[in-house]
Write a new protein. Structure first.
Lengths: 185, 241
């Protein structure tokens, strides 16, 4: 099994590498462009993938991945399942602040609410942050890129006094208990 | 523990890279920033990354074979709280340190005699004057406030006294009427009943006399004595009783 390991390579100087994993491959390109344009002080490399495991051919040339972002479109069930299967190919060391879930179309009416609940449960069980993004407007893409950059800089160790592990204790996703949900409904 | 050895080797090589002065891969930032701030920033980053890897190594060494998830959860919360408190204390101490440094710098500056120091001394004396003025003004306002409160207290006292006096007066008035009325009430009632009785008698007599004069069809206008009597008869209506 070819696991993706967080500390198997040397970090680059003033560099951060982010891996966007998306089954549909439509949002990652826009997000990648925005992320690279937004950050001026740090050298950000964005790598795109459809799913894990990553191909073995560029194993040597690939730099150290600081943050793995799973982009899940709530409009399709396949997106979620592909993300779930990709999770198995990540080394457990990644789940200490180097994995993030990004969810789109959470406000869409046609989306069954159970899907978001299951994504939340997954993120909560893995102690990872869950971000919601608006992928149709440029403003939404910019906001999502901004937030990803904030998490990326911490995960890459570029922010003094903060590590990914520390941030993950602050940003971890929580699932509201059943009682709360019943009262809401 | 093969991966741990690899991590150690990587960490040590990173350290040598850092110490050898950034001979690593070139940065695509355009030009290599060589200002001291940039170098310090790089240093911070590298120490942070080394710290992360050291933490990972530590975790690998002290891995317990059997640890339940719920216990680990509770431990994590406790550790996070301790960490937060430690960070806060550290931050406060850094702030205090910075304050002391700034004060030291200012005091050193004031002792010198270049134009900046002269300006600073002027400023400090100005602010001292203002502070003393503020103090006197505050004292005055405090005194005035005390006077106002005293006056208000006096006013309240006077109000209370007047209220009491009014109440006393009311009491006395009522008391005075009461015993005197008691004595005279019986006498008054008796007098009134007598008066009523005699009034009735007078009315009846007068009505009878009027009736007699009218019924006897005597010409009372011609006789002066009869006329006087008839004119003095009042037309007192007969009471209900």
């Amino acid at each position: 099994m070819s696991l993706l390991k967080p500390f198997s390579k040397l970090p680059g100087l003033n560099t951060a590498n982010i891996l966007l994993v998306e089954n549909e491959e439509q949002f990652q390109q826009k997000l990648a462009d925005t992320v690279v344009l937004q950050e001026k002080n740090v050298n950000v490399n964005v790598r795109l993938a459809r799913s894990l495991p990553l191909p073995m051919e560029n194993e040597e040339s690939r730099p150290r991945i600081d943050l793995v972002v799973f982009i899940i479109h709530l409009t399709s069930e396949l997106s979620f399942q592909s993300a779930e299967t990709s999770l198995k190919y990540l080394d457990p060391g990644y789940f200490q602040g180097k994995v993030c879930f990004l969810v789109t179309s959470a406000r869409n009416v046609s989306v069954p609410p159970e899907r978001l609940v299951s994504v939340r449960k997954l993120a909560a069980s893995l102690h990872c942050p869950l971000l919601c993004a608006e992928d149709q407007t440029t403003e939404g893409v910019t906001t999502a890129a901004h937030r990803l950059l904030a998490i990326l800089k911490v995960a890459a160790g570029l922010v003094p006094m903060a590590t990914g592990l520390y941030l993950s204790t602050l940003t971890r996703c929580t699932v509201p208990s059943d009682i709360d949900q019943q009262n809401f409904e | 523990m093969e991966p741990m050895d690899r991590l150690e080797n990587l960490a040590s090589s990173l350290e040598t890279v850092a110490l050898n002065g950034f001979q690593g891969p070139t940065v695509d930032n355009g030009q290599k920033d060589s200002s001291t701030a940039e170098i310090l920033r790089m240093k911070e980053q590298m120490s942070n990354q080394c710290f992360e890897m050291a933490v990972k190594l530590q975790a690998g060494k002290s891995k317990r074979s059997s640890c339940s998830a719920s216990d680990a959860e509770k431990d994590v919360l406790d550790y996070a709280n301790t960490l937060e408190e430690a960070k806060i204390i550290h931050f406060n101490k850094t702030l205090a340190l910075h304050r002391m440094q700034v004060w030291h710098a200012i005091s050193e500056k004031l002792k010198q005699s270049d134009p900046e120091a002269v300006a600073m001394r002027g400023l400090t004396s100005c602010s001292l004057d203002l502070c003393s003025k503020i103090k006197t003004l505050q004292q005055e306002s405090c005194e005035l406030q005390c006077q106002i409160t005293d006056l208000q207290k006096q006013r309240l006292d006077l109000k209370r006294l007047t209220h009491e006096k009014m109440k006393e007066m009311d009491e006395l008035k009522r008391k005075r009427e009461h015993p005197e009325a008691e004595k005279y009430r019986n006498v008054l009632q008796k007098g009134q009943s007598h008066l009523e009785k005699y009034q009735k008698m007078a009315t009846i007599t007068q009505n009878v006399l009027r009736g007699i004069i009218i019924a006897s069809k005597v010409n009372w206008r011609d006789d002066p004595k009869l006329r006087d009597i008839a004119m003095t008869l009042e037309d007192i209506p007969i009471s209900e009783e």
